[in-house]
Design a protein around this ligand. Structure first.
Ligand code: NAI
Length: 299
């Protein structure tokens, strides 16, 4: 394998961090995983072992490949363990101040050529890079959930991102079998900008009492024809998968970055559900109730 990166650090062992680790460990990269909440790293590694085991049971990979992938993954006890990395992918909480602090801390640890990439869904790559001493090394690297299955990744170029950094991320994505799409840094990039008509608009449909949650989901999943089939998930099912703790701040962030553009206004329904802790699958209750991973009645 002739990869542009030899050692990849992943910060954040949540849904996205785990998926990114799986993707790159599976195609032979050494990956180091860190999370501020230490048990999250152990939980992610246990989850990855289980995932590789299941893939081997199903015959998708050999037991040797599963063992090799696990062998590529190392837990990090602190950010210092990223010292030898040439790429760090950040997948922590969707807050600009926290991400900027993280990038400042990373720059003190890694070498001058290490690329720093953020998996942010909506925040300004330019604003994250502006906190850094070397903004040319900072890019957006926006995967979708679940990472190994969603084959598209946005490679986001800010005004100061070096073209060589974009090229290296594009090449890395292709090695992992993903399709990279390069775009300029704007709020929500391509997918989460265009997607305003899906999630936020469906919340408006709900708010206006036009139709109930399962009706909207079923319609968009089964009846809307996009190339011979509907969307894989309805908008409320997707929000439950992503987690409203992620989706709602993304809606707020895009709205504010576009100077309170009315058509991007987030829904009070979302705000209320976040306040109630009804995030979706991760809390067992969102727009649906989820027991043991299965989607049940609307909540
Ligand atoms: P998550 O909530 O599942 O995981 C975030 C992890 O980051 C947690 O384990 C938390 O302990 C850790 N963390 C938080 N602050 C930290 C810090 N300062 N230092 C180190 N670790 C820290 O979140 P998820 O869903 O994995 O999202 C992460 C990022 O990826 C967010 O920026 C989100 O917008 C983005 N994203 C999420 C997608 C989704 O569908 N969930 C899709 C695409 C991007």
């Amino acid at each position: 394998m002739n990869s542009p990166f030899s050692r990849i650090g992943v910060v954040g062992a949540g849904a996205m961090g785990r998926g990114i680790v799986q993707l790159y460990a599976q195609c032979g990269h050494a990956v180091v995983l860190y999370d501020a909440h230490e048990p999250a790293v152990d939980a992610a590694i246990a989850h990855l072992r289980d995932t590789f085991g299941k893939l081997a049971e199903k015959g998708r990979i050999t037991p040797e490949q599963a063992a090799a992938a696990m062998g590529h993954i190392a837990p990090a006890a602190s950010l210092q363990d990223f010292a030898g990395c040439d790429l760090i992918i950040e997948a922590i909480v969707e807050r600009l101040d926290v991400k900027r602090e993280m990038f400042i801390a990373l720059e003190e640890i890694v070498g001058p050529d290490c690329v720093l990439a953020s998996n942010t869904s909506s925040l300004s790559i330019t604003a994250i890079a502006a906190a850094c001493e070397h903004p040319g090394r900072v890019a957006g690297y926006h995967f979708f959930n679940p990472v190994p299955l969603m084959k598209v990744v946005e490679v986001v170029q800010g005004p100061r991102t070096a073209s060589a950094v974009v090229d290296r991320l594009v090449e890395l994505s292709r090695i992992a079998g993903h399709t990279p799409v390069v775009c300029q840094d704007t709020p929500g990039f391509i997918v989460n900008h265009a997607g305003r008509g899906f999630g936020p608009e469906s919340l408006r449909v709900l708010h206006e009492g036009v139709a109930e949650v399962p009706v909207v989901d079923r319609l968009l999943r089964e009846q809307v024809d996009i190339g011979g089939q509907g969307f894989k998930l309805g908008p409320f099912e997707l929000m439950d998968l992503t987690g409203l703790d992620i989706s709602h701040p993304v809606m707020e962030s895009i709205y504010h970055q576009y100077y309170e553009e009315p058509r991007y206004k987030p829904s009070v329904i979302g705000a209320q559900r976040v306040a109630a802790g009804m995030y979706g699958r991760k809390t067992g209750e969102g727009f649906y109730r989820h027991a043991g991973g299965a989607q049940q009645t609307p909540a």
